[in-house]
Design a protein around this ligand. Structure first.
Ligand code: PHE
Length: 357
């Protein structure tokens, strides 16, 4: 039996690969292997002989099995070492060029609409996002007690204790830039004011920060007809169609009189948003003739000048144009999402610096 042990342990030590290990296993401890055959001989032995030979054979079998397992593991380790030695990566090689940056849909929509209004003679004006109570409300004919203040879900800034001045606010709309522009340049005036605005609101079509573009035209003899034409031209150019149905609904804003909200025809079939067709309407803007008190607050004589104003939701426009159903995706998504909606790399001319790479 010692010979047997020496023979197999010797073979195992020599085995060069898994196939050799398997062959030894079959020959030694397989069902018809040498040890199995010897086990069969036990029946022919005297009980005394069997009492020593039986356990000895079992022990031999165990020993061979564990030698096989150990060798198998050693071979696997060696194979891994060999792969680690032969396969390697040169991490200093330059990567394949891949364009990473893309314009965010909201930036892209802003640039597109800025270009369209520029062609109609509107310059761009900007104002601060942290506004005074005066510009955001009072100057726009929204006094302290007015219910519109509550409707706007305003974020108020903190004042030090004992400081009783009205708190600053995160502007709830871009309309304060109307006042700032009038103060700055007087009449006549034609500006748009794109930018972020804030309201405590959150669902599929509302986020606490969103974007508007304000439009303001002040001159002698401006009427609601000018407003309607301007908006129709804009919507057609923005959505690149010959005709888009707009719905003007009589409405109320403290800073315009008369006022109208404007919806655009669309459909949401199967979660897919389409503009210009279907039975749904999406509100995209508020508008109206600038209230005389607002013109006066901007330092312009309302007896001489009239004007129209509008405030368009840029995020809404981008959702409609690019078929994006959930507004919240603008804020918590990454490049893969942008690519899904067809926003490739920065390969288009844009206002952030010509043809960028
Ligand atoms: N400021 C209004 C809003 O945020 C929109 C608006 C702008 C309405 C200008 C009329 C004129 O809802």
């Amino acid at each position: 039996m010692d010979d047997l042990k020496a023979k197999y342990l010797g073979q195992i030590a020599e085995a060069a690969d898994e196939a050799a290990i398997e062959a030894i296993r079959v020959a030694a401890v397989g069902k018809k292997g040498e040890i199995a055959l010897m086990m069969r001989e036990l029946g022919k032995m005297t009980p005394e002989e069997r009492q020593t030979a039986g356990p000895a054979l079992n022990a031999l079998k165990d020993e061979i099995n564990s030698a096989l397992a150990a060798k198998k593991a050693a071979l696997a380790d060696a194979a891994l070492d060999e792969r680690l030695r032969s396969e390697w990566l040169d991490v200093t090689l330059p990567v394949r060029p891949r364009r990473q940056g893309t314009l965010h849909p909201i930036s892209q929509a802003s640039e597109e609409l800025t270009a369209i209004f520029a062609e109609m003679g509107f310059a761009v004006a900007e104002g601060p996002r942290i506004e005074t109570d005066w510009y955001n409300f009072d100057a726009l004919n929204i006094p302290g007690h007015h219910p519109a203040r509550a409707e706007m879900d305003t974020f108020y800034m903190h004042r030090a204790e004992g400081d009783n001045r009205p708190p600053h606010v995160l502007r709830t709309h871009t309309s304060p830039v109307q006042i700032r522009s009038m103060e700055l340049q007087g009449a006549p005036i034609r500006v748009i004011c794109p930018g972020g605005v804030y309201r405590a609101d959150y669902d599929q079509t509302h986020t606490p920060m969103f974007h508007q573009v304000e439009g303001l035209a002040i001159d002698k003899g401006i009427s609601m007809a000018n407003l309607k034409w301007t908006l129709e031209e804009f919507v057609k150019a923005f959505f690149e169609v010959d005709d888009v149905e707009l719905r003007f609904r009589a409405s109320h804003f403290p800073f315009t009189e008369p006022s109208a909200e404007v919806d655009i025809r669309c459909s949401w079939e199967g979660g897919q948003l389409k503009i210009g067709e279907g039975d749904d309407w999406m509100e995209i803007l508020g508008s109206g003739m600038v209230h005389p008190k607002v013109i006066a607050a901007g330092g312009i004589d309302p007896e001489v000048y009239q004007g129209f104003a509008f405030g368009i939701g840029i995020d809404r426009l981008a959702m409609l144009k690019y078929g994006i159903p959930d507004l919240r995706a603008f804020f918590d998504s990454d490049l893969r999402w942008l690519r899904h909606y067809g926003f490739a790399a920065l390969d288009m001319p844009n206002l952030h610096g010509g043809l960028s790479r």
